[in-house]
Ligand binder design. Sequence first.
Ligand SMILES: Nc1ncnc2c1ncn2[C@@H]1O[C@H](COP(=O)(O)OP(=O)(O)OP(=O)(O)O)[C@@H](O)[C@H]1O
Length: 240
Amino acid sequence: MIEVSLKGMTGSFGLDASFSVPAQGVTAIWGPSGSGKTTLLRAIAGLTRLEGHVKIGTDIWQDGQGFVPVHKRRIGYVFQEASLLPHISVRGNLDFALKRNGGHTIDFDGLVDRLKLPPLLSRSVHKLSGGERQRVALARTLMSAPEILLMDEPLSSLDGEARAEIVPMIASLSRDTGLPVLYVSHDAYEVERLADRVLRMSKGRIIETPDTVFNANLDGLCEAQVRALAEAALKAGIKV
Ligand SMILES: Nc1ncnc2c1ncn2[C@@H]1O[C@H](COP(=O)(O)OP(=O)(O)OP(=O)(O)O)[C@@H](O)[C@H]1O
């Protein structure tokens, strides 16, 4: 299980978020702009220090007694804008991460194939499209052998075509490798297609978990958003 309970202030914003979800598949953290999704993800990563506990499977990253520093947590973090090393090739970026992954064995060719990167390996990163950059960023993150993937609006700067190409790659990656993904988004399309379960956020709190979604207050949601919630609940095995 992924068990999180975090509480505290960043500036004038208060976060008070608790949830417990299986450590497998894609868990979407979904909510409007300013609801605290990024703040929660950063606190789970240990980039922002709040009170509470964070447990990933058997690893305790934070509890009342201890706090594992961010560089000792096996996290893959993918942001909206991929920050690749600019003056080396795609392969150079991937090798850089591979050599620094603490000796973990990685199926380099398998990952490169999965993300359709073979034709790009010798390319310079500044000649990549936005979608290609994000696929390289994802591959590079996976080369570091994370035990969980934290993705913060990774597709929000891409056009529809690039998004439609990457969404199934993320879904199958999590399904086939067993790598759990916490996926921050405000986008119903992505949540509907990707999420095995949804945590809905508002004003710094988790207002719905997979277990409560059918009692959810759906006022103000558009049809696509309602469909996304229903789809994710069904995938999570919630009976209507
Ligand atoms: N370091 C900080 N200092 C002060 N306020 C902050 C800090 N980081 C975030 N905030 C504020 O906390 C609130 C939540 O921000 P956060 O980025 O977590 O929301 P979000 O749901 O991820 O939004 P978006 O979808 O727009 O990225 C916002 O009001 C933001 O201005």
